[in-house]
Design a protein around this ligand. Structure first.
Ligand SMILES: [Zn+2]
Length: 352
């Protein structure tokens, strides 16, 4: 007795074709998964449901879908004869209801567990793993992201070389030399033309500032204040943590769908368009405030720059449309700009 059947291994959603055969007290399965055999009494044949294929649950968590026509009918008759006594048609409705209740309950528990893992477990794990990612890999991810962005979103800066050098010197004077040290991350400052006044940092410490932000700033120190905020994201490894969290989700989805090849795509978009959480932004703001104060500057410089950016936004209501704006860190990810400006004011010396 043989029939060609759809088989699912219970780990991915991928369908595989197998041949099922009854051999004495064992059910034998052959196909691209290899050969397996199970004691018949350990298998469970679901109740018939309309004209749908019958589901045969296997003891290893996999299942087969057996069509009720052609080759499947004979096999079902055989299986029914073996399993029928224990799993007959009587009480079918009650069993079906019980199964649905159990299935629904396990679904609720699973969803709750996944939500909890996503909400708390994943950020926690990412926080543990991110600092252990080797510097070479961090640099590689960052370089790849920047060159992708250079091909797609960004254009070379039009700022004169002297202007760029002046800003680099001012950054070094306020925030320390680019090689970092004493708990400060190393950094490199790049200028580009982007779609709107903005800036972003890659996990390697490569900070990209758009020409339009430099032009919008009231002073060079406002630009430096933005860089200090970006260095906060670097110091706390916010980019890597965000990347890890999204990658784990992408990996889990890929695993479920039986396809992990899609994982590699979209890394640059992720680095750039990832919306940092409110906590990450506050952390980077506090970091910037500390660094500015250490250099004898006021944290309000960052607040002033945020206010300028906010005024220049098309969706100037604190919500909504700006969330769709690609191309940087500052306001794209910051719906509550006013609250941040006030927090920075509170961090400034001589303020209530
Ligand atoms: Zn930020």
């Amino acid at each position: 007795m043989t029939a060609s059947i759809d088989f699912y291994d219970g780990r991915s959603a991928r369908r595989q074709r197998v041949v099922l055969r009854l051999d004495g007290e064992r059910l034998c399965l052959d196909g691209e998964v290899g050969s397996r055999s199970y004691p018949i009494e350990a298998c469970r044949l679901d109740e018939p449901l309309g004209g749908a294929p019958r589901v045969l649950a296997l003891p290893d968590g996999g299942h087969c879908e057996i069509p009720r026509t052609s080759g499947g009918a004979d096999l079902l008759a055989q299986l029914g004869a073996r399993l029928g006594a224990r799993d007959g048609a009587s009480g079918a409705v009650a069993r079906l209801q019980r199964r649905w209740t159990v299935a629904l309950a396990s679904l609720v528990v699973t969803v709750a567990a996944l939500a909890a893992a996503y909400q708390w477990g994943l950020p926690w794990a990412a926080g543990i793993v991110a600092p252990r990612i080797p510097a070479a890999l961090t640099q590689h991810i960052s370089d790849a992201a920047l060159s992708t962005l250079d091909r797609t979103l960004l254009k070379p800066s039009a700022l004169p070389e002297e202007r760029q050098q002046a800003l680099r010197s001012r950054m070094a004077a306020v925030l320390g030399p680019p090689q970092g040290g004493a708990g400060r991350p190393a950094y490199a400052l790049h200028f580009r033309q982007g779609p709107m006044p903005n800036a972003f940092a890659l996990p390697s410490g490569d900070v990209v500032v758009f020409d339009s932000l430099v032009k919008l700033a009231g002073s060079d120190d406002e630009v430096v204040a933005v860089m200090a905020h970006e260095l906060g994201h670097v110091a706390y490894r916010h980019g890597l943590r965000q990347l890890l969290q999204s990658s784990v989700v992408a990996y889990a989805v890929g695993l479920y769908l039986g396809d992990v090849s899609s994982l590699a795509s979209g890394m640059a978009a992720l680095v750039l368009e990832s919306r940092y959480s409110r906590d990450f932004e506050s952390e980077a703001d506090r970091y910037a405030a500390d660094r500015l104060r250490q250099a004898g500057l006021s944290p309000e410089l960052l607040g002033q720059m945020l206010a300028r950016l906010d005024r220049g936004q098309p969706g100037h209501d604190g919500h909504g449309s700006r969330d769709a704006v690609p191309g940087g860190d500052l306001l794209a990810s910051h719906p509550d700009t006013q609250a941040r400006i006030e927090a920075l004011r509170r961090l400034s010396p001589g303020r209530p």
